[in-house]
Design a protein around this ligand. Structure first.
Ligand SMILES: *Cc1c(COP(=O)(O)O)cnc(C)c1O
Length: 359
């Protein structure tokens, strides 16, 4: 009898971007926000740390749920906070997917969805996107018909493009749920909250997820939340750890959300730097997808992406080299490129200087 579950034994495991623990790196590889969070976050966490750490946190995160409900124009029973948005993605597979159920997601996209499906032991299928990151409905529609859960980052990663409401509505599975992963939604030209949930017919068919890791500069405290019909949230609550969010995280999350203006000012700065980065990449001969996010997907007509990544790394500049096999429209069926996080202006200058010497 094998000790390890065969599903786990077989899978490769998700590999997150490198996190060097020493200083001196220009880190443009995991879409963190280069600016610090609101100072009110550290104040709130310090207050909580000096408070009652001997007792368990509020299992439901009541205050945080109220704040989110107000900002997203729903009732608090539509909200579930989590230990990072990735926790909610896991809760979703565990709540909705048996082994026979199908989990679907666009490809190329966030590869974690595939790992979560493998861990759950559910069936999974990629929905191959067109070369311009639009939907091929001949491929998508039959998969959506059969899917129990469709994961969809909007804006997408690694491309940074955003899909229209019309597309989103077509991607709702008739017998399942569409998970709209809004990790980068705050960086888009049109900032949406959870308006889609009040569209006629959506009801229990859509879950919106958000994270504080990117726009709110809080990747270090692990905080995210999901919004959906209370029937779905109540089911997810049964699956979660009783105390999935600790007291410090809940305190920091509340303070961050209450200082939305701080987040928006950082988002503005990042959007301005993004425009400068894409202009410069173009002059250096890169192709890029117009980004609605805090990163840019850059490719070169003649490839050599891995070499560029290695040379940058040798200069202590980290970008994300990504490769997506089984993409039929790409040379050798392999789509690869560089996903570059929009850092501060000095960080982007440092990157551009290095690229100037390389290409
Ligand atoms: C970063 C990211 C997440 C993870 O968010 P956490 O709250 O840090 O777990 C989820 N989805 C996408 C598409 C991301 O890029």
């Amino acid at each position: 009898m094998p000790l390890i579950r065969p599903d786990i034994d077989r899978m490769a495991g998700y590999v997150p971007g490198e996190q060097p623990q020493e200083s001196g790196w220009t880190k443009l590889n995991t879409n963190e926000n280069p600016y610090p969070p609101s100072p009110k976050v550290a104040e709130a966490i310090t207050r909580a740390a000096n408070g009652r750490l001997n007792v368990y946190p509020d299992p439901l995160g009541t205050q945080v749920r109220r704040e989110i409900a107000e900002q997203f124009n729903v009732e608090p029973d539509w909200v579930i906070p989590a230990n990072g948005s990735d926790e909610n993605l896991t809760l979703i597979t565990r709540t909705f997917c048996d082994a026979d159920d199908l989990i679907a997601y666009p490809y190329p996209s966030y590869i974690l969805y595939e790992s979560l499906a493998e861990i759950q032991g559910a069936r999974h299928e990629r929905i191959l996107l067109n070369a311009d990151w639009s939907w091929n409905w001949d491929i998508a529609s039959p998969i959506i018909e059969r899917a129990k859960v469709v994961f969809l980052p909007n804006p997408n990663s690694p491309s940074g493009n955003i899909w229209s409401d019309g597309d989103l509505l077509r991607l709702i599975p008739p017998n399942g749920v569409l998970v709209l992963d809004g990790a980068y939604a705050d960086f888009a030209d049109t900032r949406t909250k959870a308006e889609i949930l009040s569209r006629p017919g959506v009801g229990e068919r859509v879950i919106v997820t958000r994270t504080l890791s990117k726009s709110y500069s809080l990747a270090g405290i692990r905080s995210g939340f999901a919004i959906a019909h209370p029937n779905l949230i109540a089911a997810m609550r049964k699956v979660k750890d009783s105390y999935n969010c600790d007291s410090l995280t809940l305190a920091g999350t509340l303070a961050a959300l209450q200082d939305e203006d701080w987040m928006l000012a950082n988002v503005d700065r990042i959007r301005t730097t993004r425009a400068r980065l894409t202009d410069s990449l173009k002059q250096l001969g890169f192709n890029f997808v117009p980004s609605q996010s805090n990163f840019v997907w850059a490719t070169r007509p003649n490839g050599g992406h891995r070499e560029i990544y290695e040379s940058l790394k040798a200069q202590k500049i980290l970008v994300r080299y990504m490769r997506f096999p089984e993409v039929p429209y790409a040379p050798g069926n392999l789509l690869d490129g560089l996903r570059i996080t929009v850092g501060t202006d000095p960080e982007i200058d440092c990157l551009l200087d290095a690229l100037n010497g390389l290409v």
